[in-house]
Design a binder for this molecule. Structure first.
Ligand code: ZN
Length: 152
């Protein structure tokens, strides 16, 4: 395991994090997955934005009331989706930045755990398990912190 190389390269710019995290091969593989997710999401974001903008310049005649109501619903759904997808897109962009070394944090480190100083004592494992990254490569948090956040 060439873990020492990674640790030395990052030591100057970053505070030191405990050993672990996805290896280079895993990061390269997940980077490809993230790029694919990003381009798919950007396409669907464009569609949703078009859908959400369609409502301006509406027709207010009585004949079109029913159509308009369903248009408005669609529009709201589009906006909601757009907000959710924008959040996901940001998470994907951050994950790619982490892999490329343009982010404060290394890829695969839980962002909440990273802010804690107690890893080597009683803190949770700061690295997101590879199995979780395979399922959600843009995950920002470990399972424990994700669940904690969802309870709020
Ligand atoms: Zn965590």
């Amino acid at each position: 395991m060439p873990a020492a190389d990674n640790a030395e390269a990052g030591a100057a710019a970053r505070r030191s994090y405990p050993a672990g995290g996805p290896d280079g091969e895993t990061q390269a593989r997940l980077r490809q997955v993230l790029l694919g997710l990003r381009s798919g999401l950007m396409r669907s974001n464009q569609d949703l934005a078009n859908e959400a903008l369609k409502g301006s310049g509406q027709d207010f005649s009585l004949d079109h009331m029913a159509d308009q109501a369903s248009d408005n619903t669609e529009q709201m759904v589009s906006i909601a989706l757009l907000e959710g997808e924008t959040e996901m897109l940001e998470a994907i962009e951050d994950a790619i930045r982490k892999i490329d070394g343009f982010h404060d944090l290394p890829f695969g480190l839980c962002e909440t755990c990273a802010g804690m100083d107690a890893w080597d004592e009683e803190g949770p494992a700061p690295w997101i398990p590879t199995g979780r990254l395979d399922a959600v490569p843009y995950a920002r948090l470990c399972v424990a912190h994700q669940e904690e956040q969802e309870e709020d």
